[in-house]
Design a protein around this ligand. Structure first.
Ligand code: AMP
Ligand code: ZN
Length: 117
C-alpha cells in the first residue's frame, strides 16, 4: 500500500483539513508556503494522466470548496500536480498541492539549457 493510501486507511497519521466520501485534504509535512495542503482521491490513482474526467469533476469541486474554506478563494492560490518522472512526482498517488497564504514566487523550473532544445 502506498503512503497516501495508508493515510486514507488511518495507518499513517496526517493533519486532515477536509474530507468527503471520495477525497481528502491534509497538510503537507514539509510546507513550501504558509498554507500547503495536499488534496487526493481516496482511491489509488497513480497520477493525473490516469484520472478519468468524471472523478476529476468531483475533485475539482472538492478543491474549490477547500480553497473557500481556507479563505484562499479571494486572495488566490496555486494548484500544482507533479506528473511522473520529469514532473518530479515523488509519491505515486495522485495529489494536488494547494499553496497559498501569501504572494508566491514564480521562477524558472529548469536551467537555461531548455532554450537550446
Ligand atoms: P510530490 O513531489 O509532488 O510527489 O509531492 C509529495 C509531497 O508529499 C511532498 O510535498 C512531501 O512533503 C509530501 N509528503 C510526503 N510524505 C508525507 C506525509 N506522510 N504526510 C504529509 N505530506 C507528505
Ligand atoms: Zn495510494
Amino acid at each position: 500500500m502506498c503512503i497516501f493510501c495508508k493515510i486514507v486507511a488511518g495507518e499513517l497519521p496526517s493533519n486532515k483539513e477536509a474530507e468527503n466520501e471520495h477525497f481528502l485534504a491534509f497538510h503537507d509535512l514539509y510546507p513550501k508556503a504558509p498554507m500547503h495542503l495536499l488534496i487526493i482521491p481516496k482511491a489509488h490513482i497513480e497520477c493525473f494522466q490516469e484520472i478519468d474526467a468524471h472523478t476529476m469533476a468531483g475533485l475539482t469541486e472538492f478543491i474549490q470548496e477547500v480553497a473557500r474554506r481556507m479563505g484562499l478563494d479571494k486572495s488566490g492560490y496555486r494548484l500544482i500536480t507533479n506528473n511522473g518522472e520529469d514532473g518530479g512526482q515523488e509519491v505515486k498517488h495522485l495529489h494536488f498541492h494547494l499553496l497559498g497564504g501569501g504572494k508566491l514566487k514564480w521562477e524558472h523550473l529548469h536551467d537555461e539549457s531548455h532554450k537550446n532544445m
